[in-house]
Design a protein around this ligand. Sequence first.
Ligand code: PLP
Length: 779
Amino acid sequence: MINLSKNTKQPLSLIYLDANATTQVLPQAASAALSTMETLFGNPSSSHITGLQAKQIVDKTRQQAKSIIGADEGKIIFTSGATEGIQTAILSALVNAKATLNKTKSYSLLYGATEHKAVPESLKHWNKILEINAEIKAIPVDEKGQLDMDFIAKEVPNALMICTMAVNNETGVYQDINFLDQTIRANNPNVAWMVDCVQALGKTDLALALTSIDYAAFSGHKLYAPKGIGFMYVKENAPFTPIIAGGGQESGLRSGTENLPGLAALSEIFSMLLGQSEASFTPVKTLHLYRLQLVSALTQAFPEITFNHSFENSVATTLNFAIPGFSSKEIMDLFDAANIRVSSGSACSSKVTRSFVLDAMGLPAWQSESAIRMSFGPAMTQTEIDIACNRIVSAAQALVQSCLTLGTKSIDTHTMNTNSITDKTELEGLVQFKVGGSCSWLYVDKKTQSALFIDPLPEVSERLQTLLTCRGLDLVAVIDTHGHADHESCRNSIAKKLLAEQQSDSLGWPADAQTTNIHGQKYPYIILGDKWLIKIATPGHTDDSISLLLCDPITHSAEKLQVHYAFCGDLILMDSIGRSNFSTSSTPAMYSSLQLMNTLIGKDSLICPSHDYHNEFTTCLETEMTGNSLLRQVMNSEIDIEEFSSKKIKMDKHIIEESGNEIMCGAFTSNLASACQKVVVHEYDSASLTKAVQKSSNMQLIDIREPHEYALQHDEKFTNNVPLTRLVQFVKEQQQDKEQEFVLVCRSGGRSQLAAQALGRLGFENVGHLKGGYALHQY
Ligand code: PLP
């Protein structure tokens, strides 16, 4: 295991590199907030001394805000945050515009294509509520994230409002405000202009009074003040409509008793920015050096890294990059294990798997899908940056150790002062690679250093080849179970590269295979270590469909096959039987193939299909026949070919409706609802797990994250590591002991729940998981 901290019992200190999402509250800001709760707790509207003291805090903060944003003229209104400021600006501009609308003219509302969602969503909202019916148009950006000035010049004459941002939250890209100002005003002197300044505060100089900006929104929690405090700038005489009416606070522009703790904290931060405090922020010049240091560590750790923005036109505190071959989720998991917090895409929509900002900049899809953002604030210290850089390199080393990357010499030998490369993590047996609902399978025989790849997906081709090189494995064969209709196989390209000498058929079955006799029938087989891989023709889904049985060698024709894994393509899938309405499908052939499999593989051999639509990983005939009545009827010969065909054709008709965007390769059986109903698994929290461990003498605690995450950090009690990619192998090893108690853990409880459900479905009786994972429990 990589030793990141000297004492593994001690959790690693947190390196927080997600300041653009939010920041911690600095101690001096927190203490100012606390004092307004305990001592200076007055209501700024009260006229007694306690009230006057509170009002003084509000007034001081307002004055400071004016200085910081360079707005001697104009108003500062305190809000709950930037989203409220944005709403208020848009409402104000549109209410004003509505009064003078010319019904015969068409209008637009313009916003930058890389704007935070708060902007286009608010525009849509108020445009509809106020029945303005203007066309909402995104202003394109170039590959550097800069707004298209020609578009603005052309469109702004008909615009009621234009919304731009000073600094982008995903890339740190800043706009040339003066050039924007000239372009806007040269073409429309009166249009309302709002600038989202959230990510600019404390990171660039602002002089709003020198511009024609009408509204600007700011947020406290992006700069070390608490959540729930923000402010907006409104240019002198700009139209204004309060969004909240009531007691008349903020001169009637934003009612509601002031958030005094938030304001006191904000005032502390402002004091630091203005040099009025003993504490100070790191100068921008140094922040640039920090970013360079991070860039250098990242490049050393991941030589293939691509940065998604230019450093010339972005603030020093943001880095956005992608690492070829790794999804954002994988890098987030890796960094989380190294206790470095980063984000993928935008934190406000962390479920989104690609970045609309990078899409708008026209970056290639893979960069947008794998984007990682590292951001820090001006309170960052040299020590934290040093630790971050060390950790980044350690994290990359963990990937090298588990053969996900080959690494570089510099990582392998020189840089790891606290960490030394230990042996690569073991790899033997079956590995499952999943891409969406599709699966590829790698089987490794350690003794002979040979490997077999089945149903290769292009997305995992690079990773597989890295793994083979890193472990010095020889590829024996790369085989497709059929010609896939829903995705491209990369079989040919892998075979060309790694098996150039091998003669094979169109699916990759080697021409020099031997034959064996099973129950009087001849089948071809190849040898892999101490196992045989037998090819069985199983047409039905397509006419070329085959199944590959990895089994013990056969010594006698009549003996029962000992099948370890049955790679049966799309013949039998979890909760379904392969689709049979392609041009080369045949339901009678499928009936015979299913019956043949029944006689060859038995009820409990593990089936490894080419799809896993519901995260069930693997199955066996016994499990399938419980939930899949049609399969049961075939296997028990309760129906004949005709009846099977007519039922199957009906089922396949529904497949298009069930498919959605993906071409589904399995027709779900009639009781899909019950088949897909997830097994209920026991959920532990730290307290109940501690109790359960004390009570049970043989409970096994398993960390089911990937080996590189486990190597970086894990709880000592979770002595076993069974990554999800090896779950099927684990099932095989544990199949004889389904009563054993297991508790699974992962980063946040998602993967452990999936694995526990899958094991439960396969008849494991005592599998639970730690709900919320390591994220919520220091178990
Ligand atoms: N605008 C930008 C650029 C942001 O980054 C954010 C927060 O992510 C917001 C607006 C919304 O700010 P708040 O959380 O204060 O409402």
